[in-house]
Design a protein around this ligand. Structure first.
Ligand code: PHB
Length: 393
C-alpha cells in the first residue's frame, strides 16, 4: 500500500477535475487526480461541443491552450428553426458575446497535455476507488493501474466524478438533499461525414419533434433528434435517420447535408441537483452535483464554472479561512446551477414535442418561440443565457 500526501485529492480526470488541478497548480497548491477510465477512453468519448465565452477565457487566460481560438469556431449567433423558417439570434449584437464550437474531447486533450507538461500527478485507469468520510479528513483509496493498492491523504477531497459519482454516494445519509425532474424523451445523437449544413447551430422545432444540427469539422458534423428514451441505436440505419432529420429540418429551400453516419447513441434527459455540494472536507463539482438536459449546452460550462469558484474557495480555506470558505463555494456555485437548470429546462420545453400535447399547448409553444426570436428583449434574454452569465460576486 502506497500512501500519498497531497493538499487536494481529485476524483475524476474529466475537464472539471483537470481544470481544478491546473488552477490549483498555478496557485502553488498540490493535487493528485485519479480516474477509473483510461486516458484514451476519456479522450474518445463524444460529448458536448459548445463553450461559453467565460469557459474560453478560463482556458486561454490560465494558459491551458490557445487551441480553442486557433482551431475552434467562434459563433456569433444561433438559429431557431420553426414553421419552416430560420430565425437567427445575434449574440454579438444583443449582448456583445459569442460562443465557441470546440468539442469536449479537445478541452480534455488540452487540459491533459497541460497537466502532463506541468508535471501533474494524474492517474488514469485506477479501480476500486473508495472515499472514507468517517475520520477528521476524508481518505481516498484505490488500486493503481499496475495493480498496487494506493491511498491518498489530503486536506480536501473533490468529487468531479460525473453523474454516477462515488463521491456523492460517500455523503452520509441525510446530509444532502436532491432535486430532480425526468423528461418523457431522449436525444438520438450521431456523427455524419458531410460538410456543414449551415455556418451556425440550428435548433429546429417541428410537429415531428426537435432536431439539432451542430458541427465538428469541415468534413464531420454532429446532429441530434428527439426520440423515445428506450430507443436503441442499432434499430436506426442511415436511411431511417436521414428520413427523420429531413422531415424535421428540411423545407422552403433548406436541406441538410447528408453522408455516412457513425457514433450513434441515445442520450438520456434528466435535470438533477444535490445540495449542499459539500460534506465536511469532501466537495462535489460538475456532473457529480448536477446534471442538465443537453438542450442549452450548459453541462460542461457549468462544471468549469463550479471549478472557478471552487478554486477560490480552496485558496481561502487553505489560507485559514475555515469551513465558511467551503460553504461559500456551495452558495456561489448553486446560484449559477439553478439559473442553468431553469435555462436548460426552458429550452427543452420550448423546443420538444410532448405526446398528447393539447392544441392549446402546441400553439402556445409556437407563441413562445415567436416571442423569443421576434422580440429584442426576448432574444437578448436567450443570448445572455446561452453565451453565459457573469459570475455573481
Ligand atoms: C454538440 O455539438 O454536441 C451540442 C451542441 C449544442 C447542444 C448540445 C450538443 O445544445
Amino acid at each position: 500500500m502506497t500512501t500519498t500526501r497531497t493538499q487536494v485529492a481529485i476524483v475524476g480526470a474529466g475537464p472539471a477535475g483537470l481544470l481544478l488541478s491546473h488552477l490549483l497548480h498555478r496557485s502553488g497548491i498540490d493535487s493528485v487526480v485519479i480516474d477509473i477510465r483510461s486516458r484514451h477512453d476519456i479522450a474518445t468519448t463524444i460529448r458536448a461541443g459548445i463553450l461559453e465565452a467565460g469557459s474560453v477565457r478560463t482556458l486561454v487566460d490560465t494558459g491551458v491552450s490557445d487551441r480553442v481560438i486557433t482551431d475552434g469556431d467562434r459563433h456569433d449567433g444561433v438559429v431557431f428553426r420553426f414553421g419552416g423558417e430560420n430565425h437567427r439570434i445575434d449574440f454579438q449584437e444583443l449582448v456583445g458575446e459569442s460562443v465557441w464550437l470546440y468539442p469536449q474531447n479537445d478541452v480534455f486533450a488540452d487540459l491533459a497535455a497541460r497537466r502532463e507538461t506541468d508535471g501533474g500527478d494524474v492517474r488514469y485507469g485506477v479501480s476500486d476507488t473508495a472515499v472514507d468520510t468517517s475520520g477528521a479528513r476524508p481518505v481516498v483509496s484505490f488500486i493503481d493501474s499496475d495493480g498496487s493498492p494506493g491511498r491518498i491523504e489530503a486536506d480536501l477531497v473533490v468529487g468531479s466524478d460525473g453523474s454516477r459519482s462515488i463521491c456523492r454516494k460517500a455523503f452520509p445519509a441525510g446530509t444532502r438533499g436532491e432535486w430532480f425532474r425526468e423528461y418523457p424523451f431522449a436525444w438520438f445523437g450521431f456523427l455524419a461525414e458531410a460538410p456543414p449544413s449551415h455556418p451556425e447551430l440550428i435548433y429546429a422545432q417541428s410537429e415531428h419533434g426537435f432536431a439539432l444540427v451542430s458541427q465538428r469539422t469541415p468534413t464531420m458534423q454532429r446532429m441530434y433528434f428527439q426520440c423515445a428514451p428506450g430507443e436503441r441505436p442499432e434499430d436506426w440505419d442511415d436511411d431511417r435517420i436521414w428520413a427523420e432529420m429531413r422531415r424535421r429540418v428540411n423545407g422552403n429551400g433548406f436541406e441538410i447535408q447528408e453522408g455516412p453516419i457513425s457514433a450513434k447513441m441515445v442520450l438520456p434527459f434528466r435535470s438533477f441537483v444535490t445540495a449542499p455540494m459539500r460534506y465536511g472536507r469532501l466537495l462535489l463539482a460538475g456532473d457529480a452535483a448536477h446534471t442538465v438536459p443537453p438542450t442549452g449546452a450548459k453541462g460542461l460550462n457549468l462544471a468549469l464554472a463550479d471549478v472557478r469558484v471552487l478554486h477560490e474557495a480552496i485558496i481561502d480555506f487553505l489560507a485559514g479561512a475555515g469551513d465558511e470558505a467551503l460553504d461559500r463555494y456551495t452558495e456561489r456555485a448553486l446560484d449559477r446551477v439553478w439559473k442553468a437548470q431553469h435555462f436548460s429546462y426552458w429550452m427543452t420545453t420550448m423546443l420538444h414535442s410532448v405526446e398528447g400535447a393539447s392544441p392549446f399547448d402546441i400553439a402556445r409553444q409556437r407563441g413562445e418561440l415567436a416571442l423569443v426570436t421576434g422580440s429584442r428583449h426576448g432574444a437578448a434574454y436567450l443570448a445572455e443565457a446561452y453565451t453565459g452569465w457573469q459570475q455573481a460576486a
